[in-house]
Write a protein that binds this ligand. Structure first.
Ligand code: GLN
Length: 451
């Protein structure tokens, strides 16, 4: 823990941590030490981790990197973090992220961008998003693991950009209680670690039924580490033909091909599959997610949380307007406007309802594909990490980053990103492994074989 506290301070230039909690960390490490001496050690006991600022931590500022939650100190702990503390994990601090988890490059944070420890020659690159602080801290050895959240790819894409392992479990596996809501039907907690084994241990710790979240599922959590047998002989690995995008960089295709060869060498059978509605996933996501966001973010009114702006001689409505104008960043406002539009009378049927129907078709595609295979293998993202500012003026180019991650989110499936190679500039690239609902074990097993 002491070494990690030093690393957290030393890596300040990455801007991965927005709150550091060294005293708390030392206290927790002492408590963990006592547990170890008493023979009560669990997988996470004494392990120093960083917490994405989306998770409420009792008494420790939690803002989801938005100005509107300025100074907000929750009265309660999120279930995911409570599970970690119950297992003896140690908190190093709160990690930077895109504001309300909206973004793919960690450039929308109120606290400024996070730097990827991997540079393209002399040029700094983005860590991906929205879990930019989570991946940068783990890749930069300033945490042994980090919590993260994935609504449309925010665990897997940044893991790919930083050579870390990210896993998002099945929707409902981890409690959303105390997780600042972005799009509630998609949000799912997960982990960032440097190895698949670490990921299995940490994921097991944060998983489990929670009566405080109505979408949490009451199912036993398997011993994920025990799934790492290295044996995938006879397993069927599906390759979705629709993921061969026109104009995809040759390096990404080549990496995918390498992954397919590794699967065959390990004794798996590779089968071509079809996910015919793939091309509708991105537009569907960018209707459903903003719709839910616009509703969830209505609660930030200057009364209940954080920031309050009170214009002179203004009334209640002026206070709402001034608070929300000053408190939300551009990307969040864009999402609120899109979401409000697609939910409004007259457009609801044409956009939101249509998107919900297409979401079901995408889900059905996966269900059908999984009759032919046990896992699906694809690239995680269509490119490696890019430079700061490269896509900030073009939201559509930014949204395209999520093309391979969004479909599984819409279907609620478990998925990982495993470091699988480097591009010509020496930047990391990841492969994505998707599994059947509740089959994180197979996702982990295949991930470890790739690693
Ligand atoms: N990049 C996607 C978005 O901006 C996904 C974000 C996420 O998974 N939290 O919505």
């Amino acid at each position: 823990t002491e070494a990690h506290i030093t690393a957290v301070e030393g890596f300040d230039a990455l801007n991965a941590y927005i709150v550091q909690t060294p005293e708390k960390a030392l206290e927790m490490a002492d408590a963990a030490d006592a547990k170890i001496k008493a023979g009560e050690q669990k997988g996470m006991t004494g392990i120093p981790v960083g917490i994405k600022d989306l998770f409420c931590t009792k008494g420790v500022e939690t803002t989801a990197c938005s100005h509107i939650l300025n100074g907000f100190k929750p009265e309660y702990e999120s279930t995911v973090t409570q599970n970690l503390w119950d297992d003896g994990a140690v908190m190093l601090g709160k990690l930077n992220m895109d504001e309300f988890a909206m973004g793919s490059s960690n450039e929308t944070s109120y606290y400024g961008p996070v730097k990827n420890p991997w540079r393209k020659g002399d040029v700094d690159t983005v860590p991906g998003g929205s879990s930019g602080g989570s991946v940068a801290s783990v890749a930069g050895f300033a945490a042994m693991g980090a919590t993260a959240s994935d609504t449309g790819g925010s665990i897997r894409q940044p893991a790919s950009f930083t050579g870390t392992f990210g896993i998002k479990p099945t929707y409902g596996r981890c409690s959303r209680y105390g997780m600042v809501a972005f799009a509630s039907s998609l949000d799912q907690a997960g982990t960032i670690t440097r190895s698949v084994r670490d990921g299995a241990i940490m994921l097991e710790s944060i998983s489990g039924f929670d009566p405080k979240d109505s979408t949490s599922i009451d199912m036993a959590v398997p011993n994920f580490e025990a799934a790492l047998t290295g044996d995938i002989r006879g397993m069927k690995v599906g390759i979705p033909q629709e993921y061969h995008l026109a104009g995809m960089p040759g390096e990404i295709e080549a990496l995918w091909h390498k992954g397919i060869e590794w699967m065959k060498e390990a004794g798996a059978e590779v089968v071509d599959i079809n996910l015919p509605h793939t091309k509708y996933a991105l537009p569907t996501y960018y209707i459903v997610a903003p719709a839910e966001a616009s509703s969830n973010l209505a609660r930030y009114d200057g009364v209940r949380y954080g920031l309050r702006e009170t214009p002179e001689n203004g009334g209640l409505i002026d206070m709402y307007e001034a608070t929300r104008a000053a408190g939300f960043g551009d990307e969040v406002k864009r999402r609120i406007m899109i979401g409000t539009y697609v939910l409004s009378a007259g457009y609801y049927d044409a956009y939101y309802l249509k998107a919900q129907k297409v979401r079901q078709l995408i889900s059905d595609d996966f269900a059908r594909a999984f009759e032919q295979c046990d896992v699906i293998l694809t690239p995680t993202a269509p490119s490696a990490a890019f430079a700061f500012g490269e896509k900030t003026d073009d939201p559509l180019a930014m949204y395209l980053n999520d093309v391979f991650t969004v479909p599984a989110s819409l279907a609620g499936l478990p998925g990982s990103s495993v470091p699988a190679g480097l591009d010509a500039d020496g930047l990391p690239l990841g492969l994505q492994v998707l599994g059947k609902p509740w089959d994180e074990e197979t996702v982990l097993k295949v991930s470890e074989v790739i690693e």
